[in-house]
Design a protein around this ligand. Structure first.
Ligand SMILES: [Zn+2]
Length: 631
């Protein structure tokens, strides 16, 4: 199959990989949840984000840095990064739907940034306007390199999307300053918030300029040497407790660790550093086994927005920042390309349909920063965190969500030496390595996925289809016969090799029987509970769907599960799961909540009704729980 890496129009273009990514516009998504998210992203979220670039202070701050207008700096020291992520979202959206509004937003932003940029390449509105004497002097919390990283990613996106190279010019001038100071001149500083590492590697991939890669490697190698001065949060917070190669488990601020891992895999791949890659895989395995919510979310603590200890996974206090879900998808995508193993695509799917998708309201105009697995009647950190909001003072999540949604086509399929691999099942068209595949499916509500070859390059090649770990029985039906049970290879994919002709078709049937899932016995916070999954979708229970108090319901062990399709206000047509349950006797309301007695009164039979977790909080904002006690 032909190598597409030279012209990838998408976030990632590794120069070497087991699997090679496609361009965003090589994959058309026609409907299904991902198609719906792309539609509302374009119609509702991105317009809202563009408006917020003025309202939130992001653009006005840069005008101050350019010496234009008056007023005072607004927001956080990393406010510039909101604009950079918004630019990236717009650039990827431009790949799917070229739009003059996007072109002018990118051009005007590039011009403003160029005017704000110092002659030496430095660019950060907070430090230029508020603390010019502290430039690069407080890297432990300044976010200067973090912001530079988002600028670089936006510029790479604009260049690959055909939106000109003005933004790239600004980004390169800043990146060149970083190279001069932190690589050539020997300053050993590193940013408290990782992000610039992965961005510098992508800039290297775009430009071929090796110093960007070498700086990224140096920044990674410098972690764990105590070079980050005190953040007041301890060395784990910014992953400065151990050299990267020695760290066995993800720690500290979840988003920082996960962005760092993206950069670690990028550097490992581009430098052929197998030991560095192995260290990232080791941490991934520990993360998955001990620090991952059922939704794929990461971060168990509000304090420090941090991972907890192993098996510390409370449902009600789970932090699961939307940005952590995004960063996890970035990391897993890099590991998938580097290794070709389906376990990374499985985790991308779990995270995408659950932890990530829950971040956004059904109409695309409200966002969660924190994604807990339980909401009590009175548990609100404050109004700020309780329900989705239009924007945030610290608005890292909304534009981050937008840039991932507009680039979703990049994560669906890849090419490799043997043929085409499909990682995520979406209705639409895949153009890969000279082949064109039509995909028809009602996934994830329906487990049948039909691939029809519209055109194919000559000769034999392999169609590799991911067999999700959750599908207990998977069959394939083809013109050659079937259905036959598919047994995936050690890499988690079923391989179908033949000389494909136009009109050839195969149908994959995945097992969507709803299932009861139990937690690992060491997760104390979930002991005695169970959750429901169907296909890649994790379910939750909202009070509004129950005919009794949700907190008095318990699932019957071995509960019978029934799927029901229904139209719900604020959600639309969806698939619910009903489970046999019992209504427990009313709990005592007074005295200590501990007793030597047992519940004496008999429990009454009841039904508990679950909706997809990602669709929660689109109605009345009431009580919700993913994990239900077992009777
Ligand atoms: Zn965030």
């Amino acid at each position: 199959m032909s190598d597409l890496t030279g012209r990838v129009r998408g976030p990632l273009a590794p120069s070497t990989a087991v699997q090679r990514p496609l361009s965003i516009d090589d994959v058309e998504i026609h409907g299904g949840p991902l198609g719906r998210w792309q539609q509302i992203n374009r119609e509702a979220s991105i317009p809202l984000g563009l408006e917020q670039m003025e309202k939130s202070g992001a653009a006005p701050n840069l005008r101050l840095a350019a010496g234009e207008g008056d007023g005072t700096f607004q927001g956080y020291r990393f406010q510039d990064s909101d604009l950079y992520k918004q630019l990236e979202a717009v650039a990827w959206e431009h790949c799917r739907h070229p739009d003059e509004t996007y072109r002018s937003f990118v051009a005007e932003s590039a011009a403003l940034l160029s005017r704000a940029q110092r002659p030496d390449g430095y660019l950060n509105s907070h430090y230029q306007v508020v603390k010019p004497d502290q430039i690069f002097a407080e890297l432990e919390y300044s976010h200067e390199m973090y912001c530079a990283g988002h600028l670089v990613q936006a510029a790479v996106a604009a260049a690959r999307a055909g939106l000109g190279e003005d933004l790239l010019g600004v980004a390169r001038r800043f990146a060149d300053l970083l190279v001069r100071r932190f690589l050539v001149d020997g300053d050993d500083g590193i940013d408290g918030h990782a992000e610039v590492e992965t961005a510098l590697v992508e800039l290297y991939r775009l430009t071929g300029e090796r110093p960007y890669l070498e700086l990224a490697r140096k920044l990674i190698d410098n972690r764990g040497k105590g070079l980050i001065k005190s953040t007041g949060m301890g060395p784990l917070y910014a992953q400065d407790h151990l050299p990267v190669r020695e760290a066995a488990t993800p720690v500290g601020h979840a988003v920082r660790q996960l962005y760092l891992e993206a950069g670690v895999v990028d550097v490992a791949v581009e430098t052929g550093d197998a030991g560095l890659l192995a260290s990232s895989v080791r941490r991934w395995e520990d993360l998955v086994a001990t620090k991952t919510s059922i939704t794929g979310g990461h971060g168990s603590r509000h304090d420090g927005e941090a991972f907890g200890e192993r098996y510390e996974l409370p449902p009600d206090r789970a932090y699961n920042e939307s940005c952590a879900a995004i960063a996890s998808i970035h990391w897993n995508w890099r590991l998938l390309l580097a290794t070709g193993h389906a376990r990374y695509a499985d985790l991308i799917e779990r995270t995408l349909y659950n932890a990530f998708a829950a971040s956004t309201s059904g109409d695309g105009t409200r966002f969660f920063y924190v994604n807990p697995l339980q909401r009590r009647a009175d548990l609100f950190e404050d109004a700020y965190l309780g329900r989705r909001r239009e924007w945030f003072a610290c608005a890292c999540c909304p534009p981050n969500i937008m840039r991932l949604v507009s680039s979703l086509g990049h994560y669906v399929a890849t090419t490799g030496d043997e043929g085409v691999s499909v990682h995520q099942y979406v209705p639409g068209v895949i153009r890969a390595g000279g082949a064109v595949l039509d995909v028809e499916t009602g996934y994830p509500w329906d487990g049948r996925v039909r691939f029809t070859v519209r055109s194919a390059p000559g000769g034999e090649w392999t169609l590799r289809l991911r067999v999700p770990a959750w599908s207990s029985t998977t069959t394939l039906t083809s013109d050659a016969g079937g259905p036959r049970e598919l047994v995936p290879g050690a890499d988690g994919y079923a391989a179908i090799r033949r000389e494909w002709q136009a009109g050839d078709a195969v149908t994959l049937d995945l097992d969507l029987t709803p299932r009861i899932v139990r937690p690992h016995r060491r997760i104390d916070a979930l002991r005695g509970c169970a959750a429901i999954e169907r296909g890649p979708i994790v379910y939750c229970f909202e009070q509004i769907d129950q005919d009794t108090d949700l907190d008095d319901l318990a699932l019957t062990p071995g509960a019978a599960l029934r799927t029901v399709e229904r139209d719900l206000p604020g959600i639309g047509r969806t698939v619910l799961v009903e489970a046999d349950a019992v209504r427990l006797p009313p709990a005592p309301a007074h005295g200590l909540p501990y007793t030597t007695g047992t519940d004496a009164a008999p429990a009454a039979r009841a039904t508990a009704t679950a909706v997809p977790y990602y669709q929660w909080d689109n109605r009345d904002g009431g009580v919700m729980r993913v994990w239900m006690p077992l009777a």
